[in-house]
Design a protein around this ligand. Sequence first.
Ligand code: F6P
Length: 326
Amino acid sequence: MAAVQKVAVLTSGGDAPGMNAAIRAVVRAGISRGAEMFGVEHGYTGLMSGSLTRLGARDVGGIIQRGGTMLGTTRCAELKTPAGLDKAVATLRELGISGLVVIGGNGSQSGAAALDAKGVAVVGVASTIDNDLYGTDITIGATTAADIALEAIDRLRVTAASHQRAFLVEVMGRQCGYLALMAGIAGGAEAILVPEVETDPETVARELCEARERGKSHAIVVVAEGARYNAASLAEHFNTHGQRLGFELRVSLLGHIQRGGSPGVFDRMLATRLGAGAVERLLGGHHGELVGMVGGKLVTTRLSEVAGRSRPVDPQWIELARMLAV
Ligand code: F6P
C-alpha cells in the first residue's frame, strides 16, 4: 500500500481577500484525495521555525468569507539566504512532508521556486491584490481590493461633487497600475496615473483645468502608488508651483484599507479553483509550477519562469481610460 502523502500549505507576503478560501480548498481537496494536511503559521518564517499544525476538514470551516489569512503571513527576508532555505527544507524533511502549496504573490513565488529547486515539491497559488504576477490573468484578492477602492472613490465623488473639488485618490499596487485602472475606470475617474505611463504634474494640472472648462463641476484623479508622482508628491508639486487646477484640491490615501475586506464571489471562486487545482497537481506528481487562471481556465507556469518577473497591465485598459475621460 502506498504511504499517505503529507502536504503543507502556507500563505506569504501581503494578505489578500480570498487567501482563506484558498487554504480551505487546499486542505479539503487534499483530504478528499487521501492526503494528510498541515498548515504552516506565519508563512516562510513559520516554515523555518517549524510552526506547523495538522489541519482537518473542520479546522478550515467558517473561513471562506473572511479576509486575511487564518495561517498568518510574513514578508520573510531570511528565506532568501542559503541558511534560511536549508532550515525550511529541514522542517519539511523532519515531518515527512513531501509537498508544499505556497499561496502568495511575486516575492512568495520566488521563494517557492528556490525551495522547489532544493528538492521540495512546491506548487504555487497566485494571490496578491496587485495582480502583477506572471502566469495568470488574475490573482486572488485583486478583484475584491478593486471593489473596496471603488466604493471609496464613489464616496469621495459625493464629497467632490458637493464641494466642487478635485480629489487625488491613491491606491495600492506596487509597480502595477491594475488596481488604479480597474477602480478608476469603474469609478469614472477624470484621470488615472499608473506606473506604466510617464505623466508629469503639469499635464495633470492642465487636464484638470480643461475638465473644468468643459463644464465638469468636480474631478477624481486615481493615482497608483507606484506612479512616477504619487498623490502626496503630486499635491506638493501643485502647492510649491502654485499650479492652477480649476478646483480646490484634496488628497485621500486608501492604503491598507484595500486589503482586509471580505472576498467577493469572484475571489472566493478563483481561490477555491486555484487551491484545489494546486493540490491535484501536487498529488498527481507535478511540482515547480504556479497555478493561475488564463482565459477562464486553470493553467500552470513553471515557477522558474514566474520568479522575478512581473506582468504589465494590459495597454487596452489605459487606452479605454483615456478615451472616456472627455
Ligand atoms: O503587495 C500587496 C501590497 O498591498 C502592495 O500593494 C503594497 O505596496 C504593499 O503590499 C504594502 O506592503 P506592507 O503591507 O508590507 O506595508
